[in-house]
Design a protein around this ligand. Structure first.
Ligand SMILES: [Fe+2]
Length: 365
């Protein structure tokens, strides 16, 4: 709510982009998803608004149609959100969520952690849209998501504990070929697509310690005529960032974001390198610097791990498996630390750049 506090109802209801939902849809969807799982499923109660839920089903209603749906708006939306939260807390009063509970949804509070993660991930999606709103600054209480933070302030937000010590050069982390364990451990919260944890064989490789900078990306554009990142415009001899209606000079030392997989792959080839696979990234992530500026594109398609089991519903991951999507690893400045972890797999279409996506290069050793 702090994120959208500065906006009026017209801004919440407006369709800003065919690939992003109106903010009112996200808000209603967050509440409806909470109602579906924590009130109806766990509490066994009837829905507050009958059939409303079908308009908030993300699979049934692709982003480009969400502005046309008879969703809740304005006061009605705020009242629904408040009603759902009240019922959620009421149900929670009578629920057991310990480690020995039989229902896997409730064991260790899985379904509650899932709903928190869902809401936090929609915050990031809403921040993607908020880049289109002129003059936008988050309201009080959303300071951890301020786009005004400098890269230096963010640089150490997602420092993962070293998986094992690895030799380094000044610019790269050197990873010896061998067996590496990847994926989320069996205990603790993670999505189904991060499991089961398993061993992978990696050839020796080197991965850059830091992400590709804006300055390096400008050199690539100048050498090849490649397209600029989203929200960049020419300004005299240089480039400015025009997101949120600003015209801020591009900082050449900051990591580049808002690049597509195609741009990331093109950059890596031009630099005589390649994108890491998602397992290379995960094996090395305890040693990488600058994780948390932007999601990092990998060369991997979004596929099921061996022994994958959909939980708690097929539509979270399984319906997206295949060679259409590429995996991104790490986190961005808009990712809440609670949902950032070494095994987390994000995914998107290779031509997309509205997400906060950047580049880190690797090469065979
Ligand atoms: Fe969702």
């Amino acid at each position: 709510m702090a994120l959208v506090e500065p906006l009026d109802d017209e801004q919440l209801n407006r369709v800003w982009s065919p690939i992003l939902s109106p903010l009112a849809w996200d808000l209603g969807h967050i509440a409806n998803f909470e109602e579906l799982w924590l009130v109806q499923r766990i509490g066994g109660r009837e829905p507050l608004r009958g059939e409303l839920g079908r308009f908030y089903d993300a699979i049934e209603n692709p982003r480009k149609v969400r502005g046309e749906l008879p969703i809740l708006r304005d006061e009605e939306l705020r009242a629904y959100m408040a009603d759902v939260r009240e019922r959620t807390l009421d149900v929670l009063e009578g629920v057991e969520i310990g480690p020995d509970v039989e229902d896997p949804l409730l064991r260790d509070g899985f379904v509650y952690e899932m709903l928190l993660a869902h809401e936090l991930q929609h915050d990031e999606t809403m921040l993607q849209l908020l880049q289109l709103v002129p003059g936008y600054e988050p309201g009080r209480g959303a300071g951890h998501l301020s786009p005004g933070q400098t890269p230096g302030q963010l640089a150490r937000r997602f420092e993962y504990p070293p998986v094992r010590e690895m030799p380094r050069t000044p610019d790269t982390v050197v990873v010896k070929g061998g067996s590496y364990e990847v994926g989320a451990p069996a205990n603790g919260f993670a999505y189904d697509n991060e499991r089961p944890r398993h061993m992978v064989e990696l050839e020796s490789f080197e991965i850059d310690r830091t992400p590709v900078t804006n300055g390096a990306y400008v050199s690539y554009m100048e050498a090849t005529g490649a397209e600029p990142p989203l929200y960049w415009e020419r300004d005299g001899g240089g480039w400015v960032d025009v997101s949120r209606g600003r015209r801020e000079p591009i900082d050449p030392a900051a990591p580049v974001i808002h690049v597509s997989w195609e741009q990331a792959d093109g950059f890596a080839r031009w630099a005589g390198k390649r994108l890491p696979t998602e397992f290379e990234w995960e094996a090395a992530c305890g040693q990488l610097e600058g994780v948390g500026h932007g999601w990092e594109w990998t060369s991997s398609h979004f596929l099921a791990y061996p022994g994958f089991e959909a939980f708690p519903y097929r539509e979270y991951s399984e319906v997206f498996f295949g060679d259409e999507y590429r995996v991104l690893r790490g986190a961005s400045w808009a990712t809440h630390p609670r949902v950032a972890r070494p095994s987390f797999r994000n995914w998107d279409l290779p031509q997309r750049s509205q997400i906060f996506s950047g580049i880190r290069c690797a090469r065979d050793a």
